[in-house]
Design a protein around this ligand. Sequence first.
Ligand code: NAD
Ligand code: IPM
Length: 354
Amino acid sequence: MSKRTFKIAVLGGDGIGPEVCDESVRLLQEVERRLAGVAFDFQHHSVGVGEYQRNGNALPDSTFAACQSSDAVLLGAMGLPNVRYPNGKEIAPQLDLRERLKLYGGVRPIRLFNEADTPLKNFGAGEIDFVLVRESTEGLFYGRDAVLDPDADEAFNTMRISRECTEQVCRLAFQIARQRDGMKKVSLIDKANVLSSMVFFRKVFDEVAQEFPDCEADHVYVDASALFLVRDPKRFDVMVTENMFGDILSDLAAGLVGGMGMAPSGDIGDSAAVFQPSHGSAPDIAGRGIANPIAMHLSAAMMLDWFDDDNCKVGAKMIHAAITRVLADASKRTPDLGGSLSTSEMTDEILQAL
Ligand SMILES: NC(=O)c1ccc[n+]([C@@H]2O[C@H](COP(=O)([O-])OP(=O)(O)OC[C@H]3O[C@@H](n4cnc5c(N)ncnc54)[C@H](O)[C@@H]3O)[C@@H](O)[C@H]2O)c1
Ligand SMILES: CC(C)[C@H](C(=O)O)[C@@H](O)C(=O)O
């Protein structure tokens, strides 16, 4: 039987990025061996701090072209706090990828696998379970190209909310809600009490909601949503919001289920997608082999689920089930969650549970 081959561009990046990314490639290779009819063609490309320091370009043209021509991109993490452009900002090739590939939907699932891993009281496995969908190409990040006048006494960044991206990201959020077993509810997280850009976001959200009469829609102000996430996370099923609010709230949400090492992410567009953990390069633990690879592995599972292929969807379920089984035993943890497993030992556990 001929195999369907998926070309996957692997961008390890910086800090713990390559450490967790290599582990996910190892896991995916094992999944590939167990799936009939599917082959993964991994192609590694250089990107990030090293490229910037060598060639002045954190996202070389050849790497971008490879991402464009691949079925998906698997990305570790990019950037280091002490490596900056002369304008004071960090390199962030992942933002360039999101914008250039039009990956408007930053999909960030949050799930508690074991009650031992949440700082909240009285939440068992599966009782924190929602998806945060972050618009990933505009919002307040649109202002990131603003040039700072060194002599000015003021600085500005513009929030851009376009009808096109807002419709796309809201539709994606409702489609996700429709597929979930939960409440089929989409909560718009906005600041429509203060900002006209957010009044517009809400108007477009309400229009899109009409297309999904089987789903519930509600509005929550971003400040209140931070409160509700901590006090009552069960009220959320799918959240949709602008770029910067989503950036902040997705870290808060990760904290509810064990931290950044437990938070996967997929940046989704109509014809391309990048899968990476929500976390960064974690320079405080990089190079020690102790990073938690679960966020990366769950991102790899999201990639398989995103491929329009039944075998790959089975592979996604296999990874999810294996992680669920390993995490059911609270003694199997990396140091971020109080355990002593190394990055590769945690992957070994998951491989055994496959
Ligand atoms: N998508 C990305 O590539 C991305 C995302 C966030 C931050 N960054 C960049 O990464 C660098 C560090 O940023 P930061 O420190 O604010 O955020 P970070 O996510 O790298 O780290 C925050 C904290 O979480 C811990 N952590 C993160 N991932 C972990 C993992 N897999 N296992 C165990 N612990 C983990 C770190 O040790 C640290 O204590 C910065 O240069 C930032 O710009 C990149
Ligand atoms: C590192 C940074 C540019 C990035 C972002 O802001 O999107 C990160 O925080 C994330 O959440 O992926």
